[in-house]
Design a protein around this ligand. Sequence first.
Ligand code: ZN
Ligand code: ZN
Length: 243
Amino acid sequence: MTPTTTHAHTNGRVFLDAALELVWPTRCSGCERPGVLLCEECRSSLKRIAGAHACPRCGAPFGRLVCTECYSSEGREQHQFEACVCAMELDELSGRVIVLYKDSYERRLSSVLADYLLSALPAPWLGWADVLTWIPVDRKALRRRGFDHMEMIVQDLAERTGLRAQRLLDKQPTRDQRGLTRSERYENLQESFRLHDTAHALPQHILLIDDVLTTGATLDAASSRLKEGGAVEVRVACVARAW
Ligand SMILES: [Zn+2]
Ligand SMILES: [Zn+2]
């Protein structure tokens, strides 16, 4: 690319940003204050989860050891993934930021959320992971939103970490879960995931990214599919943890 084109490209971009700013001014995704995507006040109100004080298995805050939720009364492990970190607690504020990103086409929030994920990742995980992947949206959600919101965050995260981002899963819309027993619901969820490309064995160490962890059922279903495809260990990182 010649310097002239770069310059023209930059000018075009600047012009486009200025035009967009006129029609659709930037507002804080937390409190609507004009001028920034996420203001300092909202940033400091987000309830960050400190890794040192969270359950290493499910990312729940306030449990330095594996929490009671992670083992059934018989001591059976509850999750299909080996470890989990979450950047913040899910509350009204973090929920609003995530929903705005997903449903209102505020795609610039992708890099803001990628930064939060990066700050939650333990440094050794970066050397451990062979690949970064994500819970993809299904066809219906893709049509509605026009983009795969976690894919964009993972691309941003790949840029920041030097790790490879790769789509490993496809998701079908899940059948209506009402009236199903717990195990039927789990099967239903698991059925909704397929390996994206079955021609190759998967990398052994997979870092799986999602937006919100609630019960972990979706991440369990996805993790067990990844293991069927050859993954040995799956670790999870989510933006927010419902608690
Ligand atoms: Zn704000
Ligand atoms: Zn736990």
